[in-house]
Design a protein around this ligand. Structure first.
Ligand code: PLP
Length: 385
């Protein structure tokens, strides 16, 4: 039964707290009483537990997903004169970290079927100046890392991948026919635990993972002013340290991540079914999110459809208490901050079309029974008008 008139928010941070309230309060109070507020034992434990969950050898806790990407590029010594290949349809941080180090983001269009960076576009973007590639697992779908690896190999150059897995904790990719968690395939994998993410902190937090001990050691130093011994600074680092309270909260929630992702997948399956049952897929221009390929598992950070008259539909749903999101309305290549790179409309047509058509529907793990059915009923009502 659809829920009548109940607001359907796109995130539910208070519900995540309530579900694990007792454990979270205990964990936070333990940190408060310890007096150990930055990094420390709690962060070391979170790093170990998160790396083990992901199947990576090393975890480095940092203060946000943005800092994770920045420290990864600092570790690779990206700087002026370098280029880093990034998709132009992503959150801005994927590209600004490159520019903040004085390097040039080399933008690539997306595959219109999957929203992910086009492997062919990636192959064409690699030059003698390319220092890294940042694949983004957009919306928590697996980016085609095998195809990216082949594209890099065929360039004849050795270019490391820094996976932007900010939206993709628990997502499973396929690598040489075998499953691998998003973030564990590249030299670095970078995660965000911003409160809207599948594994939400109660504030800012991020994580880097790698299987390379030497790079892990460098990142541990870079996140803490480049120190290799107390007050001895060997690398040009900054303050990207993770708070102990956030680590403690994340340790509690990490134990729930598989179940929370499973609930999101169930909502996604329910959306697919209701869209089909209401005949919405017979309407031109309405398209469901891409289906994971064999061996891939999406974490449904977003359930993003393509729809005609997107902004009108968004307003229609908002009037009925249903929150939706547009991720993202402008390609990164056309953002004012990157004007100096000289990109113009038409450069990346697939991303531009996506910016006009995408709409992310509520899919979080705390939706109530009937919410999905109601959202689709309201969408159906809009197109029947
Ligand atoms: C794809 C992507 N990259 C990077 C980030 C940056 O993460 P944070 O907000 O934790 O800095 C985010 C999240 O906001 C993101 O979605």
């Amino acid at each position: 039964m659809p829920t009548e008139g109940r607001p359907v928010p796109i995130i539910a941070p208070k519900a995540a707290f309530q579900e694990l309230r007792r454990e979270t309060e205990e964990a936070v109070l333990r940190v408060l009483a310890s007096g150990d507020y930055v990094l420390g034992e709690e962060t070391a434990l979170f790093e170990r537990e998160a790396a083990a969950y992901l199947g990576a050898a090393h975890g480095v806790g940092v203060s946000s997903g943005t800092e994770a990407l920045l420290v990864a590029l600092q570790d690779l010594e990206v700087g002026p004169g370098d280029e880093v290949v990034v998709p132009c349809f992503t959150f801005i941080a994927t590209a600004t970290v490159v520019a903040r180090l004085g390097a040039k983001p080399a933008f690539v269009d997306i595959d219109p079927e999957t929203f992910q960076m086009s492997p062919r576009g990636l192959a064409a973007a690699i030059t003698a100046r390319t220092r890294a590639v940042i694949p983004v697992h957009l919306y928590g779908h697996a980016a085609p890392l095998d195809e990216y690896r082949q594209a890099i190999e065929s360039s004849g150059r050795e270019v490391p991948m820094v996976e932007d897995a900010a939206q993709a904790i628990g997502t499973v990719c396929r690598l040489r026919g075998r499953p691998a968690k998003a973030g564990t395939v590249g030299l670095w994998g970078c995660f965000s635990f911003y409160p809207t993410k599948n594994l939400p902190a109660c504030g800012e937090a991020g994580l880097m993972v790698t299987s390379d001990a030497r790079h892990a050691e460098r990142a541990l130093q870079l996140r803490n002013h480049g120190q290799d011994a107390p007050y001895r600074h060997r690398l040009l680092g900054g303050n990207a340290r993770l708070d102990a309270i956030q680590s403690a909260v994340l340790r509690v929630r990490l134990r729930r991540i598989e179940e929370w992702n499973e609930r999101r997948r169930a909502h996604a399956a329910a959306y697919d079914r209701h869209f089909r049952e209401r005949g919405l897929l017979d309407r031109p221009g309405i398209r469901l999110p891409p289906r994971p390929r064999d061996g891939e598992v999406a974490n449904y950070h977003q359930y993003t459809v393509r729809v005609p008259r997107r902004d009108e539909l968004k307003a229609h749903l908002a009037e009925r208490g249903i929150q939706t999101g547009v991720y993202y309305p402008i390609p990164v290549s056309l953002q004012p901050v990157f004007e100096r790179l000289g990109h113009v409309p038409g450069d990346f047509p697939a991303a531009e079309a996506a910016c006009r058509e995408v709409l992310s529907l509520p899919v979080h793990q705390h939706l109530a029974p009937g919410d999905v059915e109601r959202v689709v009923a309201e969408i159906s009502g809009f197109y029947r008008k």
